[in-house]
Design a protein around this ligand. Structure first.
Ligand SMILES: [Zn+2]
Length: 221
């Protein structure tokens, strides 16, 4: 699978449903967590930003113990979220997808990862407890040890969260965004010069229409 950036996503035709999601209370699915072992499980700190009508997660440039100046978005007091972009294989659709969860989910996956190696080798039933939009929604994870095989991550279609579920931007691009409300490589966004401030302003309605589905962000993490 070639990697492509957010601004190029429209060049790839109708997007597949790349995000794993259980819509309502009691819904369940069988998935594989696409990690070989617990060392591969990671979280990402991001800034949730708006580009026109779209929401975009942009990776924070600073570790928690580094000065705020390292990340222009932190320096501008923009809030940071710790998220997990979990690569999963959906057994029903036979596709690899990204499941976006909060950092509290770390322990849940870890508990299974320490019992099953490779982790991708055990099918896991996921059950949603909580109605659509409910903040207290929880997910129950039940590994099916009896159906375990020795499959590894390499045996499933590749999926990368970076460039799809979240973006990595340079310090310069972030500074550009703070001035202009858009990134320079968003070439579909037209800008005009504001007569009063002289700043480049994005023209409303010039954003790409397709909005990626970020999964169930109404859920509690
Ligand atoms: Zn930051």
């Amino acid at each position: 699978m070639a990697r492509f950036g957010y601004s190029e996503v429209d060049n790839y035709g109708a997007p597949k449903n790349n995000y794993f999601n259980l819509k309502d209370d009691g819904d369940s699915s069988i998935i594989r967590f696409l990690y070989n072992d617990e060392n591969e499980i990671e979280g990402t700190t991001v800034h949730e930003i708006k580009v026109g009508d779209r929401t975009m997660d942009v990776e924070c440039l600073r570790a928690y113990n580094e000065p705020v100046e390292k990340c222009p978005f932190c320096n501008a007091n923009m809030p940071v979220s710790a998220k997990m972009y979990i690569p999963v294989y959906d057994e029903s659709s036979k596709e690899s997808k990204i499941w976006t969860r909060g950092k509290k989910f770390f322990d849940k996956i870890m508990n299974i990862a320490v019992r099953y190696r490779p982790l991708a080798g055990v099918p896991v039933e996921v059950i949603r407890n909580g109605r659509a939009g409910e903040k207290t929604t929880r997910y129950e994870l039940m590994p099916r040890g009896e159906d375990r095989d020795n499959k590894k991550v390499i045996d499933f279609p590749e999926i990368k969260a970076e460039g799809m579920a979240f973006q990595v931007k340079s310090k310069e691009d972030m500074e550009y965004y703070l001035r202009n409300g858009a990134f320079p490589q968003d070439n579909q966004v037209q800008t005009r010069q504001d007569a009063q401030t002289g700043r480049e302003m994005p023209v409303r309605g010039s954003y790409p229409r397709r909005t990626p589905n970020y999964g169930s962000e109404e859920d509690s993490f």
